[in-house]
Ligand binder design. Structure first.
Ligand SMILES: CC(C)(COP(=O)(O)OP(=O)(O)OC[C@H]1O[C@@H](n2cnc3c(N)ncnc32)[C@H](O)[C@@H]1OP(=O)(O)O)[C@@H](O)C(=O)NCCC(=O)NCCS
Length: 179
């Protein structure tokens, strides 16, 4: 592009930048207002793109962070304890379909509980019936179908324990032969 073209384009780009900032911050304000309405008295941070189904079925703690494009499906009850962090695109779903019935299948579901300080990584999926312990970590892209112990790091499909938070490894059982 010529120097003249660049000079003519500059104010347009500047104006577009302003619009983008306005949309971004308006989204934040709207998201904040939504959380205050849905969960009064709780400090919950979310993005305007966060999807929340059946909010009345959510028991939420304080200082919970829900990232952009996170989806919470609380049909059968969802508990998020204090300081839970859920990263971009994670999908927490309590609902399923009753495959034993006639089509269209009825909904059924099992509750999910996510313990204090747990971090759910980006694009992870947590399905109904799962209880995740305190300060556990769910790796990016994991699919959690079974309970997760406190402090465990789980990864993969289906998610398995790949480690524990440093300093929180479970104690090995004492060697009885040395007793
Ligand atoms: C879970 C996580 C924190 C683990 O990090 P870490 O403690 O440094 O663990 P390591 O990278 O040493 O990996 C430990 C093992 O788990 C495996 N692993 C780690 N993350 C994995 C993932 N997302 N999927 C599958 N396996 C994974 C590693 O391959 C490794 O296996 P190995 O011992 O057989 O080689 C990290 O991998 C992760 O997923 N972070 C989420 C990032 C994210 O979502 N960010 C959002 C913005 S904040």
């Amino acid at each position: 592009m010529t120097k003249r073209g660049e000079i003519m384009l500059a104010p347009i780009l500047w104006a577009l930048n302003l619009v983008e900032r306005f949309v971004f911050y308006s989204g934040r304000v709207l998201a904040h207002a939504r959380m205050r309405r849905l969960f009064p008295g709780k400090r919950v941070i979310c993005d305007y793109s966060t999807i929340i189904k059946y909010p009345e079925q959510i028991d939420i703690g304080d200082d919970v962070w829900l990232g952009s494009s996170v989806s919470l499906g609380a049909y059968a009850g969802l508990t998020l304890e204090d300081r839970v962090r859920i990263s971009h695109g994670a999908f927490i779903e309590t609902a399923s379909l009753d495959l034993g019935g006639e089509v269209p299948y009825e909904h059924k579901g099992k509750p999910v509980r996510i313990g204090f300080g747990t971090w759910i990584g980006a694009y992870a999926i947590v399905l109904g019936g799962v209880t995740i312990g305190r300060q556990a970590v769910v790796a990016a892209g994991a699919v959690v179908v079974r309970d997760v112990p406190d402090n465990a790091i789980v990864a993969g499909i289906p998610a398995r324990v790949v480690g524990y938070r440093p300093g929180h490894e479970p104690q090995a059982p004492a060697d009885q032969s040395l007793a």
